[in-house]
Design a protein around this ligand. Structure first.
Ligand code: HEM
Length: 511
C-alpha cells in the first residue's frame, strides 16, 4: 500500500498534466471571445477545418458571430471576421502580434529552411528596391521578353501555331506564367556559352519546362505537407523534390546565368554577407520560387476563364488593349515587329485592372495568422473589447469576412469585371458595410507587415499575359457551355486557389 499511493498519485498527476496539455481544462474567461474547443481533445476542430476551411468558418460565424476562439491541433486561434475591425489586427505592434514566428515555423517544416533572426529585413529591402518603382520597370521588361520567348517563339516559322492547338486552360496558363516568371527572376542561359541567342532561348524553354513539371508535383503535395499529414511515400517524394529544387536553384548554378533579377541577386548577396550557409541560401531560393510562382499562374487561369465566360468583359478588355496599343503607336501584323509592351502602357488599363482585382477577389483566399506574444485587448470598431491570451494565435480569413460578403460586394459569387471601376472609369475604392466605409475591401495580398511584396509585379505579370493572349491569339473554350469548375477546397488558406478540374480550350495565332 505504501508503494501504491505514490504510483497512483504520480499516474494521476501525469493524467492531469496530459489533460491540461490536451486543453481539457481551458474555459472561457470573462471578457474573452466565445470558445469552441470541438469534440476531440487537442485536435479540436482540425479535421473539419482541413476538410473545408471556408464551410467550417462560415459555420462558426453563424454560431458565434464575428469573433471566436477555436482549438486547432493544440493551438487556440481567435478568428476575427469583422472587416471593419481588421485594423486592430493589421496595425497592432509587433511586440503583441507577430507574423514571423508562424512563418518561420512553416518555412522550416515545408521547405527545410532554418531562418536566422532579423533575416526578414533582407527580403523587405530587396523587395522595396526591385519589386516597386524603377526596379519594377526592369522586372516587367524581363517578363515581357520571357513571355515572348515562350508564347511567340515560332511565330512566322514553318511550325507556327496558325492551326488550332488544344490544351487545358489551367495547364497552359500556369505553365506559361510560371516559366516566364521563373526566368525573369532567376535569369536566362548566357548567349555566349551557347553560341547563339536562339540556342540560349531554346535552352530556357526546355529547362523551365522541366522545372514546371517538377514544381507542379510539389504544388500538389503542398497542402498535406503543410498540415503534416503526408503518407511516408509522399513525404519521400516531397523531400526528393525539395532536393531537386535546392540543386537547380543553387547559388552556384545561378551565378552562371545572365539577367538574374536584382531581387534574387541582392537577397543572395545579403545572406552571404550575413554568414548564412551556402546550402541554406539554396533552400531559401526554393522558398522564394514558391512564394513568387505558386499564385500567379493559377490566377492567370481564372482571369482568362472569367473573360471567356463573360463576353461583355472580354469585349471591354479587348477594346482597352487595342486602344492602348494604338495610343502608343504599335500594331500587330504578320511579319511586323513583336509589340513592346511597357510598364507605362500597363498603367493605362483601368478595365483590365478591375478584371484582375475581381478575379483575385473570387479566387485568392489566404489565411493571415499572427502569434499573440503578450496578453492583449482586441478593440472592435463598434466598441466591443475582447481579452486575448498570450500564447494563442489570431487569424483572419478575408475570403469569408470580406470577399464574399454580400453587403460589401453584392452578388458576391458573380464575376463583375467592372466591380472595381467608377462610372467615370477611375478605380473604385469605396465599399461599405453597415453604412461604414470598409478600408480592407479586397485582400488577396494580405495586409500589414506580411502583405505580399510581389503584388505590383504579379499584377503586371497577369496583365502582360492576358495582353499577349488577346493581341496575338484567337482562343475559345472547347465547350462554350462548360461550367466554371469548383475551387479545390483542400487549398483554402494557401493563397491563389486552384480548380478541381481543368477546362479544355483551343488557341491559334491570329497573324
Ligand atoms: C497573384 C499572385 C500572388 C498572390 C495572390 C500573392 C499573395 C500573397 C499573400 C497573401 C502573402 C502574405 C501571406 C501572409 O500574410 O501570411 C504573400 C507573401 C509573399 N509574396 Fe506574394 N502573392 C502573389 C505573387 C507574388 C509574386 C509574383 C512575388 C514575387 C515576385 C511574391 C512574393 C511574396 C513574398 C516574398 C511573400 C512573403 C512576404 C514576407 O514574408 O514578408 N508574391 N503573397
Amino acid at each position: 500500500m505504501g508503494l501504491l499511493l505514490p504510483i497512483v498519485l504520480g499516474f494521476l498527476a501525469a493524467l492531469l498534466g496530459a489533460m491540461y496539455l490536451l486543453g481539457v481544462f481551458r474555459q472561457r474567461r470573462p471578457g474573452e471571445p466565445p470558445l469552441d474547443k470541438g469534440l476531440i481533445p487537442w485536435l479540436g476542430h482540425v479535421l473539419e477545418f482541413r476538410r473545408n476551411t471556408l464551410k467550417f468558418l462560415e459555420r462558426m460565424k453563424r454560431k458565434h458571430g464575428d469573433v471566436f476562439t477555436i482549438q486547432l491541433g493544440g493551438f487556440y486561434i481567435t478568428f476575427l471576421q469583422d472587416p471593419l475591425s481588421f485594423g486592430s489586427l493589421v496595425k497592432e505592434s509587433r511586440e503583441k502580434l507577430d507574423f514571423r514566428k508562424f512563418a518561420v515555423q512553416l518555412v522550416r517544416k515545408v521547405f527545410g529552411y532554418a531562418a536566422l533572426e532579423d533575416e526578414h529585413t533582407i527580403l523587405q529591402l530587396s523587395s522595396n528596391k526591385h519589386l516597386k518603382g524603377d526596379g519594377l520597370e526592369l522586372m516587367t521588361q524581363a517578363m515581357m521578353g520571357n513571355l515572348q520567348n515562350l508564347m511567340l517563339h515560332n511565330i512566322g516559322s514553318a511550325t507556327d501555331q496558325s492551326s488550332w492547338i488544344e490544351d487545358g486552360l489551367f495547364k497552359y496558363s500556369y505553365n506559361i506564367v510560371f516559366r516566364a516568371g521563373y526566368l525573369s527572376l532567376y535569369g536566362n542561359q548566357p548567349h555566349e556559352s551557347d553560341g547563339s541567342e536562339e540556342k540560349a532561348k531554346e535552352k530556357d524553354r526546355a529547362e523551365s519546362e522541366v522545372l514546371f513539371h517538377e514544381f507542379r508535383k510539389y504544388d500538389q503535395l503542398f497542402p498535406n505537407l503543410a498540415y503534416g499529414v503526408l503518407t511516408p511515400g509522399k513525404k519521400m517524394e516531397a523531400e526528393r523534390l525539395m532536393r531537386f529544387f535546392w540543386d537547380k536553384l543553387s547559388v552556384q548554378r545561378m551565378k552562371a546565368k545572365d539577367n538574374i533579377s536584382g531581387w534574387v541577386w541582392d537577397i543572395q548577396q545579403a545572406k552571404e554577407e550575413m554568414g548564412v550557409e551556402g546550402s541554406m541560401i539554396d533552400r531559401y531560393m526554393f522558398v522564394l520560387l514558391w512564394a513568387s510562382q505558386g499564385n500567379t499562374g493559377p490566377s492567370s487561369f481564372w482571369l482568362l476563364l472569367f473573360l471567356m465566360k463573360h463576353p461583355e468583359a472580354m469585349k471591354a478588355v479587348k477594346e482597352e488593349v487595342d486602344k492602348v496599343l494604338k495610343e502608343f503607336g504599335q500594331e500587330v501584323k504578320r511579319g511586323g515587329p513583336i509589340i513592346a509592351l511597357t510598364r507605362e502602357m500597363l498603367t493605362r488599363t483601368p478595365v483590365l485592372d478591375s478584371a484582375v482585382e475581381e478575379t483575385l477577389r473570387l479566387t485568392a483566399a489566404p489565411l493571415l495568422t499572427r502569434a499573440v506574444l503578450e496578453d492583449m485587448t482586441l478593440k472592435m470598431a463598434d466598441g466591443r473589447e475582447y481579452f486575448i491570451r498570450k500564447g494563442d494565435r489570431m487569424a483572419v480569413f478575408p475570403y469569408v469576412a470580406v470577399h464574399i460578403d454580400p453587403e460589401i460586394h453584392p452578388e458576391p459569387h458573380s464575376f463583375r469585371y467592372n466591380r472595381f471601376l467608377n462610372p467615370d472609369g477611375s478605380k473604385k475604392t469605396d465599399f461599405y458595410k453597415a453604412g461604414k466605409r470598409v478600408k480592407y475591401y479586397n485582400m488577396p495580398w494580405g495586409a500589414g507587415v506580411s502583405m505580399c511584396p510581389g503584388r505590383f509585379f504579379a499584377t503586371n505579370e497577369l496583365k502582360q499575359f492576358v495582353f499577349l493572349m488577346l493581341v496575338y491569339f484567337e482562343f475559345e473554350l472547347k465547350d462554350p457551355e462548360v461550367k466554371i469548375p469548383e475551387i479545390d477546397f483542400t487549398r483554402w488558406g494557401f493563397g491563389s486557389m486552384q480548380p478541381q478540374t481543368d477546362v479544355e480550350f483551343r488557341y491559334r495565332l491570329r497573324y
